[in-house]
Design a protein around this ligand. Structure first.
Ligand code: SF4
Length: 241
């Protein structure tokens, strides 16, 4: 069978051997991040829909998992924002019922998490990996280039609510661009937001492959270590990686 929506398993830095499901093929996203490895977002939207056929995803999963596979996670992600897929809860439920031996992870850019219905739809995952790259509006605009109506403040509120409601693990990712969200002021704002979100793990990340914009640069090892130390000061039980 030729897979249209499944990819991998890929060796992921955070997830080990991860079988991906692309729920939003064709760069459909609610953000247009300057560091995006998929390039410039083709279709920026907050509108949800069945961007990938639900029945086809189920068929591909059944076919691929007809024999026991050595994978750590089945990851709902892709080349855009997976919570834009209106069937995300159906896919998680399908996996739980038909392939319960595999752990389920959801990647999200956090833009829709202020909506209680969407938080409810992803609650059966084992692990949620949300992103937050800025708290100040101007830096959020510079890095994530959202459509109107999406603000960093609503994302932080959504993440705090998710933490209160979700029983699984939350691994927060913060993507740093030197000179943009690495100022003292923004680092304090991000750390304060992270304390309020209270994730299980914080991943400090920066560019490793070419992004959508050529001006985006990566953290040096020393810069990364300094940011990790800055975060560690405020956390006892959260792992900072
Ligand atoms: S949220 Fe993810 S997929 Fe969407 S533009 Fe940003 S990096 Fe790319």
């Amino acid at each position: 069978m030729e897979y249209q929506y499944l990819f991998g398993p890929v060796r992921s830095r955070r997830l080990g051997r991860s079988l991906g499901i692309d729920l939003v093929p064709g760069n459909i996203c609610s953000l247009n991040c300057v560091y995006c490895e998929c390039g410039t977002t083709i279709h920026i939207t907050r509108k949800r829909g069945e961007y990938a056929s639900l029945s086809r995803i189920q068929q591909e999963l059944d076919h691929y998992l007809r024999i026991k596979r050595d994978i750590d996670y089945i990851t709902l992600g892709g080349t855009g924002e997976p919570t834009l897929h209106s069937g995300i809860s159906a896919i998680l439920e399908y996996l739980r019922k038909h392939h319960p031996e595999y752990k389920r992870a959801v990647l999200t850019n956090s833009t829709l998490l202020h909506d209680p219905a969407i938080r409810d739809e992803i609650k059966t995952a084992d692990l949620i990996l949300p992103s937050l790259d800025a708290v100040s509006d101007d830096i959020f605009q510079t890095i994530n280039r959202p459509p109107s109506g999406i603000t960093a403040e609503t994302m932080v509120d959504g993440l705090i609510a998710l933490r209160k409601e979700f029983k699984g693990k939350i691994w927060l990712e913060i993507f740093f661009i030197p000179g943009v969200n690495t100022t003292d002021e923004e680092l304090h704002l991000l750390r304060d937001a992270a304390v309020r979100i209270n994730p299980d793990v914080i991943h400090i990340n920066s560019l490793s492959r070419p992004g959508a914009e050529t001006w985006v640069t990566t953290l040096t090892d020393d810069e990364k270590k300094a940011i990790q130390s800055f975060f560690i000061e405020q956390f006892k039980n959260t792992q900072i990686i």
